[in-house]
Design a protein around this ligand. Structure first.
Ligand SMILES: NC(=O)c1ccc[n+]([C@@H]2O[C@H](COP(=O)([O-])OP(=O)(O)OC[C@H]3O[C@@H](n4cnc5c(N)ncnc54)[C@H](O)[C@@H]3O)[C@@H](O)[C@H]2O)c1
Length: 248
C-alpha cells in the first residue's frame, strides 16, 4: 500500500517497541519516513524489530529515570514520543500484594512519567512535539482482574491532559490511546490463568461491538494519526481503539 510520508525528518522514540503494539507502531512510523528508535528492556526483541525495518534500538528500562535520560541524551532530541511499554499481572485485587502494585505501577505509570520527563526538554527547545501515550480502556471503565493496571492507566490519561495543557505553548500535543483487547503477548498472558483467563479475554471480546480482538496494526494506525500533523488541533484527548468496548 502506498503510504503518505508524514514523518520525514522526524525522530521518534517508541518504548516497548520490541513486541506487540509497539513493534507495529515502529513499523508504521518507519514506513512513513520517521527515524525510529525502539527502546525496550527486551533488547533482543527490540534489535530484531529494528533490524527488520531499518530502525535503531536502545536498551531502555522505563522504570528507571536514568535509563530514560540516557536514551534521550544518546538518541534525541525526539519530535515524537510513543509511551507504549506496559505490563500486567492478572488476578483479583484481593490476591495482589504490594510488590505487585509497585511493579505494575512502575512500568505503566512511572515509566510514562520518566520517559516524558526525559524527552520534554528537547521538544520544548524545538518548539514542536507529539506525545502519544498508550493507555487502555481499562483506565476508563476498569477491568476486572486488572485493578492496579487500571489505576495506572487512569493515571496515564490524567497525566496526558496535564502535559497537553503545559506543552501547548511550546507546540507540543499530548494524547492518549485506549486500546481494547488486542491480540498481543500481553493479553494472551491472561490465558495462563486457565479458565479465569479465558473468561477475561472472552468477556472483553464480546464486550466489543465488533465482536473480535483487535490487531496491533489497528492501534498503530491511530498512533500514526496522533503523531502526525493530521492531528494538529487535537490535544488532551483519549482515543478509543477498542471495537466500541468503551463507548458511552
Ligand atoms: N494487548 C492489549 O490488549 C492491550 C490493551 C490495552 C492497552 N495495551 C497497552 O499497549 C501497550 C503495549 O502492550 P502490548 O499488548 O503490545 O504488550 P507486549 O507485551 O506485546 O509488549 C510490551 C513491550 O513492553 C516492553 N516492556 C515491559 N516492561 C518494560 C520496561 N520496564 N522498560 C521498557 N520496556 C518494557 C516489553 O519488553 C514488550 O516489548 C502497553 O502499554 C499495554 O498496557 C494493551
Amino acid at each position: 500500500m502506498l503510504r503518505p510520508m508524514r514523518f520525514e525528518g522526524r525522530r521518534a522514540l517508541v518504548t516497548g517497541g520490541g513486541s506487540g503494539i509497539g513493534a507495529a507502531t515502529a513499523r508504521r512510523l518507519t514506513a512513513e519516513g520517521a527515524e525510529v528508535v525502539i527502546g525496550d528492556i527486551n533488547e533482543q526483541g527490540a534489535a530484531e524489530v529494528a533490524a527488520e525495518i531499518g530502525a535503531a534500538s536502545a536498551p531502555l528500562d522505563v522504570t528507571d529515570p536514568e535509563s530514560a535520560s540516557a536514551v534521550a541524551a544518546e538518541h534525541g532530541p525526539f519530535a515524537i514520543l510513543v509511551n507504549n511499554a506496559g505490563t500486567d499481572e492478572f488476578g483479583f485485587f484481593i490476591e495482589t500484594d504490594p510488590g505487585q502494585w509497585q511493579r505494575v505501577l512502575a512500568v505503566n505509570l512511572v515509566g510514562v512519567l520518566a520517559c516524558t520527563h526525559a524527552v520534554l526538554p528537547g521538544m520544548q527547545e524545538a518548539g514542536y512535539g507529539r506525545i502519544v501515550n498508550i493507555a487502555s480502556e481499562a483506565g476508563r471503565v476498569g477491568s476486572k482482574g486488572s485493578a492496579v493496571y487500571s489505576a495506572a492507566k487512569g493515571g496515564v490519561i490524567a497525566f496526558t491532559k496535564v502535559i497537553a495543557r503545559e506543552g501547548a505553548r511550546f507546540g507540543i500535543t499530548a494524547n492518549s490511546i485506549a486500546p481494547g483487547p488486542i491480540e498481543t503477548p500481553l493479553l494472551m498472558a491472561a490465558l495462563e490463568l486457565g479458565e479465569l483467563g479465558e473468561k477475561i479475554v472472552e468477556t472483553m471480546r464480546v464486550g466489543t461491538q465488533l465482536r473480535r480482538l483487535g490487531r496491533p496494526d489497528e492501534v498503530a494506525a491511530a498512533v500514526a494519526f496522533l503523531a502526525s500533523d493530521d492531528s494538529s488541533y487535537v490535544t488532551g484527548e483519549t482515543l478509543g481503539v477498542s471495537g466500541g468496548l468503551g463507548m458511552v
